[in-house]
Design a protein around this ligand. Structure first.
Ligand SMILES: NC(=O)c1ccc[n+]([C@@H]2O[C@H](COP(=O)([O-])OP(=O)(O)OC[C@H]3O[C@@H](n4cnc5c(N)ncnc54)[C@H](OP(=O)(O)O)[C@@H]3O)[C@@H](O)[C@H]2O)c1
Length: 347
């Protein structure tokens, strides 16, 4: 039972508790037996008052506006960057350590940006900002694979195309994909449904995620570059990305070309990746095997397939990567940060 009377266990608050990430975090807390002595579910006025059953007990959702963070040890924020910018400073001032799933503080120099399998060492002490940031959902699986490659062969350049699921845009994204698919199936000339996505995502792909920047890249693409550099502590790492939304309900995929400083042996590469924590290599024994968002299997692991070293340039290779964006890319990573902080007594 995760809820305990132990006074040393943290009191936790989930801001964005009713969203895709928040509800998954709640499920993971139960699944992984994360021990807490108290729990607050927090969202907007829209769902304040709603009753949610947690471990057989009814828990009422509270409005973040006016919520008192005093007595909260860990506050998980998954309610959008604007909500984090407004309420994280208050939570920190009232003594909570914040684990933030949004982009609000990721590049703040006083805020560690953490993927526990890659850079848990930065969690030794409580951060001066009072915030630990959770990286972008496409960055997390990528850096978990880049880290051992960098250590073995050194990385010269990474070129990535992402294939990002509708759930990356929250509940409204999934609902809009479903409604759009029904609309286009009923009438092939239908414009589908827009709102969260534009144009309609059903039966289409959209090569633009988040806002467009002055240099022609999107903010999502910039996040993958800047965050990879910060997590891997490689300020000049060359990562270039095209981020694409695809009509998949859940789990992001990535095609990554990684060029190293030295020739890479495929057998050694496959064994190296398969030896990483919580990574499954699908073509370990069967060359060409691959995961897909619907067939990959265990959602708590990063899935890799189609590992190909280029014959004309053996310093470079391709990976096909699939990872559950809500778990690996957000809720699970955030909870693993909390587990690590608890283990190290850094709360
Ligand atoms: N989905 C992913 O794969 C993913 C991955 C990495 C990071 N993230 C980040 O995690 C955050 C949440 O994403 P999501 O996918 O869970 O979105 P979502 O399904 O749309 O859920 C949003 C949550 O935030 C709450 N919320 C929205 N506006 C609010 C406000 N003004 N004040 C208080 N609460 C508010 C909502 O509460 P109500 O029920 O009251 O509306 C809901 O609980 C976003 O910042 C997103 O970028 C998401």
């Amino acid at each position: 039972m995760p809820r305990v009377t132990d006074p040393t266990a943290p009191h936790i608050a989930l801001v964005g508790a009713t969203g895709v990430v928040g509800t998954t975090l709640l499920r993971l807390i139960e699944e992984r037996g994360f021990r807490y002595r108290g729990l607050d579910l927090v969202a907007s006025a829209r769902s304040a008052g709603r009753e949610v059953t947690v471990e057989g007990h009814s828990c009422r959702v509270q409005d973040v506006d006016g919520f008192d963070f005093a007595g909260v040890d860990i506050a998980f924020f998954s309610a959008g960057a604007g909500v984090s910018r407004t309420f994280v400073p208050k939570a920190v001032a009232q003594g909570a350590l914040v684990i933030d799933n949004t982009s609000a503080f990721r590049m703040d120099p006083g805020t560690p940006l953490v993927v526990p399998q890659v850079n848990a060492h930065v969690l030794g002490t409580r951060p001066e900002s009072g915030v630990v940031a959770n990286p972008n959902c496409s960055t997390i699986p990528l850096v978990r694979l880049l880290r051992p490659v960098q250590e073995r062969w050194g990385i010269r350049q990474v070129v990535v195309s992402t294939y990002q699921a509708a759930s990356g845009a929250g509940y409204s994204g999934v609902e809009e994909l479903r409604a759009g698919a029904r609309s286009v199936l009923d009438d092939p000339d239908s414009a589908g449904v827009t709102g969260t996505f534009s144009p309609s995502l059903a039966f289409d792909v959209i090569p633009s995620i988040d806002r467009l920047l002055d240099d022609g890249f999107t903010f999502e693409e910039q996040k993958m570059l800047q965050e990879s550099r910060k997590i891997l502590e490689l300020p000049h790492l060359d990562v270039t990305t095209t981020c694409v939304r695809v009509p998949v309900a859940n789990s992001h995929s990535e095609a990554a070309w990684i060029e190293c400083h030295e020739p890479v042996d495929r057998g050694e590469l496959v064994r190296l990746l398969a030896g990483q924590d919580e990574v499954t290599v699908h073509d370990l024994d069967t060359v060409g095997a691959f995961p897909t968002p619907r067939t990959a299997g265990d959602p708590n692991r990063v899935h890799v397939g189609r590992v190909r070293v280029a014959a004309h340039n053996p310093r470079g290779f391709w990976l096909w990567i699939v990872a559950d964006n809500v778990r690996i890319g957000a809720a699970l990573n955030a909870l693993q940060i909390a587990e690590e902080l608890t283990r190290r007594g850094a709360l």
